[in-house]
Design a protein around this ligand. Structure first.
Ligand code: URA
Length: 456
């Protein structure tokens, strides 16, 4: 454990007047390492108020923070709380992180796959907020499964079965928690340096020596374009490397949902189907690429790594590791045999389709919001999740929908709703979110860029 409420040891005592530092950032200047740490230390000690911090953040969002400022922020965040000590585990310690999106349930595929490949996976995750889902909410869709493990329990479970997925404790990077809450209500989330330092501080405090990132781009993510996402990925990789971690990133598509399922039980089912050798090809391809990319960072060749993870799915080893995780955390392992019977199901299930034609546009973020409005997500932290509800979306841009509302034999969308009225509202909203046309539309690539591979 490290010292609390201090953002950087003996350099955190800079006392430059706060308005002077805010003004420098407002005018496009750079803050030194000592100045930034000093500001954060004063903020955590309540010597800098929320209005001043919000002004500084907004100045940084508009004028930009430099790479060095992002590295300092990440380090100062890490020093604000506990760090997980994974030293001494048998095998390489690895972690993965997605910047978040819709139908993005790769953790349930990647973590067991990496454990099956001999890695030690201690994953501390968050809950969903807004239109994106959260790993912890999805795990809790499995009856009985506990996610409130202590750091000592996480470590002991990893020693026993190679993996644990638990809710991040309050003492892990408390500075980020406080700053993120302020960013959320002051429209200062979308800054590459703030996002990168927030994400990477949690990964660094999580203790793994190898970190694989999935940086999303498109409507359902924080980065509208591939170039924005690549810049964010470079920044994250740079912070990881500056902290001595092997780090790489894939930039992947979030202009439409990743897997076919949006909603907590539905996404657990989607991941199990991939580990059983079927399921959504998009979810499978990104998950396997992330797992293989992690093994590449550990020294495997690109092709060799992909073959290894493909085999670990085909021979059932990865699925068995997911079963071990579920049992170790008190969940009902019968979910692997018959997930659709074991998990909660919605009372109303109704199919919906756009007019026949080629799918021209999918509003990805909107689909997350539609599932969220039925109870799959939360607007406020205190809202209660309904694990059963959500959407199964079987179409993507460029797919054909026939006159009966099906695409490749499946309903375009299946709505899982808490009641008829909610299903009706979802259907109305879908008619603006998924649009068909006559012209053929090119399919969207899934993996746009690989960043950080082949670097020391
Ligand atoms: N996720 C995080 O953890 N932090 C951010 O700033 C944005 C997304």
């Amino acid at each position: 454990m490290t010292q609390r409420h201090c953002a950087g040891g003996n350099v955190a005592d800079d006392r430059t007047p706060i308005p002077e530092l805010i003004a420098r950032k407002r005018d496009g200047g750079e803050l030194t390492d000592a100045e930034l740490r000093g500001l954060l230390t004063r903020y955590l000690a309540d010597e800098m108020d929320d209005a001043q911090m919000a002004a500084l953040l907004m100045a940084g969002v508009i004028r930009g923070f430099t790479h060095d400022e992002a590295v300092t922020l990440a380090d100062a965040f890490v020093r604000s709380g506990d760090r997980v000590d994974l030293a001494g585990l048998r095998g390489p310690t690895v972690d993965k992180h997605s910047t978040g999106g819709v139908g993005d349930t790769t953790t349930f595929v990647v973590a067991p796959l990496l454990a099956a490949a001999g890695c030690q996976v201690a994953k501390l995750s968050g809950r969903g907020l807004g239109h994106t889902g959260g790993t912890i909410d999805k795990l809790e869709a499995i009856p009985g499964l506990r996610t409130d493990l202590t750091i000592a329990q996480v470590r002991a479970q990893v020693e026993r079965i190679g993996l644990a997925v638990a809710a991040a404790t309050a003492d892990l990077v408390p500075a980020d928690k406080r700053l993120y809450a302020l960013r959320d209500v002051t429209a200062t989330v979308p800054s590459p340096a703030l996002i990168a330092s927030s994400v990477m501080s949690k990964k660094i405090a999580g203790g793994a020596s190898t970190i694989m990132l999935d940086v999303k781009c498109g409507d359902g993510s924080f980065s509208p374009t591939v170039d924005d996402a690549a810049a964010l990925a470079e920044l994250c990789v740079g912070i990881g490397v500056a902290h001595g971690r092997r780090t790489a990133a894939l930039v992947t598509d979030m202009s439409q949902p990743l897997g076919d399922a949006i909603g907590n039980s539905l996404e657990v089912i989607a991941a199990i189907e991939v580990l059983q050798g079927g399921g959504s090809s998009r979810l499978r391809d990104v998950s396997l690429a992330l797992a293989a990319g992690t093994l590449e960072l550990l020294g495997r060749g690109e092709q060799e790594a992909l073959e290894e993870v493909t085999t670990l799915v085909a021979d059932g080893s990865a699925l068995a590791r997911l079963g071990a995780l579920i049992e170790a955390q008190g969940g009902d392992a019968a979910v692997l045999d018959d997930p659709r019977r074991t998990l909660a199901v919605a009372p109303v299930v109704r199919d919906w389709a756009p007019p026949g034609g080629t799918v021209a546009r999918i509003a990805c973020r909107r689909l997350g919001e539609i599932a969220g409005a039925m109870g799959a997500g939360r607007e406020r932290a205190a809202d209660v999740i309904d694990p059963a509800v959500g959407l199964e979306v079987h179409v993507r841009v460029g797919d054909q929908v026939d006159a009966s509302g099906r695409s490749a034999g499946l309903p375009a969308v299946r709505i899982h709703a808490p009641d008829e009225a909610a299903a009706e509202r979802a259907a109305e909203a879908l008619s603006e979110a998924i649009v068909t046309g006559d012209a053929s539309t090119a399919a969207v690539p899934l993996i746009h860029r690989r960043i950080g591979f082949g670097r020391a």
